[in-house]
Design a protein around this ligand. Sequence first.
Ligand SMILES: C[C@@]1(CC(=O)O)C2=NC(=C\c3[nH]c(c(CCC(=O)O)c3CC(=O)O)Cc3[nH]c(c(CC(=O)O)c3CCC(=O)O)/C=C3\N/C(=C\2)[C@@H](CCC(=O)O)[C@]3(C)CC(=O)O)/[C@H]1CCC(=O)O
Ligand SMILES: NC(=O)c1ccc[n+]([C@@H]2O[C@H](COP(=O)([O-])OP(=O)(O)OC[C@H]3O[C@@H](n4cnc5c(N)ncnc54)[C@H](O)[C@@H]3O)[C@@H](O)[C@H]2O)c1
Length: 305
Amino acid sequence: MAPDPTSLHGGSLLIAWQLTNKRVLIVGGGDVASGRLESVLVADANVTLVAPAPLHPLTRELLDLLPERITWHNREFQDSDLLLDPIDSHSNNPSPKYVAMVFTAIDSYRESQRIAGLCHDLRIPINAADIPALCNFYFGSQVRSGALQILVSTNGKSPKLANLIRKRIESVIPPETADAIENVGKLREKIKERAPGVGGPLSKRRMRWMVDLCGKWSMEDLACLDNEMMAALVDGGWEKGVVPGPNEVIGDKAPKANGHAQNGHAKATADEIKGISLAEVAPVVGAFIVGALVSGLALLGRARR
Ligand SMILES: C[C@@]1(CC(=O)O)C2=NC(=C\c3[nH]c(c(CCC(=O)O)c3CC(=O)O)Cc3[nH]c(c(CC(=O)O)c3CCC(=O)O)/C=C3\N/C(=C\2)[C@@H](CCC(=O)O)[C@]3(C)CC(=O)O)/[C@H]1CCC(=O)O
Ligand SMILES: NC(=O)c1ccc[n+]([C@@H]2O[C@H](COP(=O)([O-])OP(=O)(O)OC[C@H]3O[C@@H](n4cnc5c(N)ncnc54)[C@H](O)[C@@H]3O)[C@@H](O)[C@H]2O)c1
């Protein structure tokens, strides 16, 4: 059924932007900049950080841990910071001249506005913390567990509610989710080795088999797959065009069904979770929760088509 046209506006595009080996510029050395730094490092970017000392303690720690991935300039921003260093000439950057992305997290609105103006002129995507009018993209509240990543956004309407909703989502993600995703990823690679290529009937068969497997096996079962079991699945299942049930492959090692256990990484306090009723906030953020959950479910491999 076609969507209601009145719902086709007023949101933002939720995507998983790839930053591997791209140069990202962060301006600022406080609490907010340290969060941005952690997020772009997770995304495998190389970072130039421009901020006068002292730096936030987390930023200092990240600098000590990953000196080869973070270049720190102990001073205020200069316009030339937007230029790509020759050391990046072999990297993945979209422009041979400019950094791939800019974050400002500084306590001067005027300077953020000036930097954003330069970025807009040069077509460099920018996020200016807390200044939506200057942003090409907003940050969201993030759930991460292994390869699972869920973004909660209220499209600028209520960052604090995004934070509380994120904690609520974290509290219901089964603890074995990350292992299940990791194992399904390995299994897909093994099957792609046997049936390589993109498109065509082989690709369709491969996708159908994966969809059926993810539908038939529970998250707990997928999480306990080891190399031997994967080999059995590939040889005895994929090669023969059947999807064995977990009992046929895992046997005695099958986990006891325990429903959706509480996520060990959940950070929300009971009071915080109780303090917010989803029913109350649904009119404002419903569309974005659905977006986040759909992204999550897609990653969980259940809703591929
Ligand atoms: C999600 C999160 C991600 C992150 O930044 O990491 C994030 N803000 C977070 C926290 C937070 N920010 C603010 C409060 C105080 C309480 C409140 O106002 O709600 C708290 C809560 C706290 O501090 O506890 C104040 C605030 N923020 C913005 C404005 C300007 C305005 O609204 O006009 C003002 C008012 C300034 C003022 O009044 O002076 C603007 C933005 N903040 C965004 C992201 C983008 C939209 C996100 C969305 O669509 O939901 C956007 C548009 C641009 C951007 O910065 O990317 C992170 C939670 C991470 C987590 O904990 O999980
Ligand atoms: N989105 C969010 O979650 C959120 C939350 C709180 C605050 N904020 C906003 O983000 C901004 C930063 O917040 P914070 O708490 O990290 O601030 P902060 O005051 O702790 O840090 C500001 C940093 O910017 C550096 N700085 C200032 N001018 C600079 C320049 N010209 N060049 C380079 N570095 C410069 C300072 O040296 C300092 O390291 C503020 O505008 C704040 O309103 C956003």
